[in-house]
Design a protein around this ligand. Structure first.
Ligand code: SF4
Length: 438
């Protein structure tokens, strides 16, 4: 156990071109088996999981007696995929996890809500260490981060598991799964070390990618950053933490794509190595958070303030879900809070909902509602308000200079189509544009 300190929308619904024109050579992509997956020859999901499983019954509590046992547990430990967790305390043979506000209290052989932490004989283990189930090289715009190294590549990965239960989750096949449902510990072990051998979809089941390999691979792939994304990095905290620390030492940036539901001590601990966070602010009242996500609002607001106070670049996304999070009054309160507490330079992305997971019956968000949300954001004083997931909507993903209103950066899905920024300033009037540009 570490001293207390002791006590992740993907795959994207849109596909596009590589905006950077840099990065992997074709040889590198062939070696890695990423050709056609790296956003150069057309993007596609690399999410690999063993089988579509029936949706588990449990979801709102810890999983009693569900820790891996016997031969499977031994294999899991041998592979290094089980590692003593950070941020927990012992209560006799029980343990209390302090990473996220769920604060799971686990008896021996229980598994936490995130499915990634188990109590074995009074010690808390993460079972998601070095075992990603999804890996991809994405344009940073896909996170989306629009004011952070535009046009750069981000090495993106996830393990199974999540601290939330979003009804609309686009990645429920991995977020609502146990690591054992996405990995095969019984097959021959396969570690990927750069220069990497070719591997294919079947290899993802047995692939290990420990922090040192991950960081070396990201560097070898000419990625500016590593994104901990697709599912929820809080759920694979130890793996993300150790990787972030090594990446920082190699001057690779770290990006969390997160729901923001994490306790302050754990956030501050990993936050010292984070460069940017894309936080999914899913609603603006506890009722909605409880119904839609199994979460609580104030933890996310606290995280946003903590991240900004630590100098981490923050962008916010709000998925506008019909009948849940599309109310103008709620959006107004949210934008006012952002402007007051994070400032008018914090970019906000209003994203279009598409039917997914348990909300298949709802229609996509009407474009008029998204335009209304954008207008509300701007009237609250926010300078950079975007609309996502509506390809072809003019100006939806354009950065305008807040002073002269000229186009500073224009985008077409993930491609940069205009770039009128020099040394972080508008080329036309020299106004500073908020962001991390180089
Ligand atoms: S990180 Fe997982 S085990 Fe820890 S409190 Fe959160 S849901 Fe529970």
């Amino acid at each position: 156990m570490k001293p207390e300190r002791q006590g992740e929308s993907e795959p994207a619904t849109r596909q596009g071109k590589d905006p950077s024109g840099r990065g992997l050579t074709r040889r590198q992509m062939v070696l890695l088996g990423l050709a056609g997956l790296a956003g150069v020859a057309g993007t596609g999901s690399v999410v690999r999981y063993r089988a579509q499983m029936a949706e588990p019954e449990s979801g709102w509590d810890v999983f009693r007696g569900d820790a891996p046992k016997g031969e499977l547990w031994e294999l899991w430990k041998q592979r290094g995929w089980a590692k003593e967790a950070y941020h927990y305390s012992k209560l006799g043979r029980n343990v209390l996890c302090h990473v996220c506000p769920n604060v799971c209290q686990l008896e021996p052989d229980d598994r936490g809500r995130c499915r990634n932490r188990v109590n074995k004989d009074g010690t808390l283990y993460t079972v998601a260490y070095g075992n990603p189930c999804s890996m991809h090289i994405d344009p940073i715009e896909k996170k989306p981060l629009f004011h952070f190294f535009p046009g750069s590549r981000s090495f993106s990965l996830a393990t199974a598991g999540c601290v939330f239960r979003c009804l609309n989750c686009q990645n429920w096949e991995i977020s609502q799964r146990k690591p054992e449902e996405t990995k095969n510990a019984r097959g021959p072990e396969f570690r990927l070390r750069p220069p990497a051998p070719a591997f294919g979809p079947a290899d993802m089941e047995r692939l290990s990618l420990f922090p040192e390999d991950l960081v070396a691979l990201a560097a070898w792939c000419n990625c500016v950053s590593i994104s901990y994304t697709y599912s929820e990095p809080t759920a694979y905290y130890e793996y993300a933490y150790d990787s972030c620390k090594l990446a920082r030492a190699r001057k690779i940036k770290n990006v969390f794509v997160t729901c923001g539901s994490i306790n302050e001590a754990a956030l501050r601990d990993v936050g010292q190595y984070l460069d940017a966070c894309h936080v999914d602010l899913k609603g603006f009242d506890d009722d909605t958070y409880a119904k839609l996500n199994a979460g609580r609002l104030h933890f996310i607001l606290d995280s946003l303030k903590t991240l900004q106070s630590m100098g981490v670049w923050v962008e916010i996304i709000h998925l506008v879900v019909p009948t849940y999070t599309d109310k103008p009054d709620m959006i107004r309160k949210m934008c006012d809070w952002i402007a007051t507490n994070l400032g008018p330079d914090c970019p906000v992305h209003f994203s279009r909902f598409h039917p997914a997971h348990k909300l298949q019956h709802l229609p996509p968000t009407p474009v008029e509602i998204l335009l209304q949300a954008q207008a509300i954001g701007r009237s609250a004083g926010l300078r950079y308000v975007y609309i996502g997931n509506v390809p072809g909507l003019r100006g939806a993903e354009t950065t305008f200079c807040p002073n002269c209103r000229q186009v500073v950066i224009d985008r077409d899905i993930y491609s940069i189509t205009a770039f009128n920024l020099a040394a972080g300033k508008c080329k036309f009037c020299q106004t500073k544009i908020a962001g991390v540009w180089s």
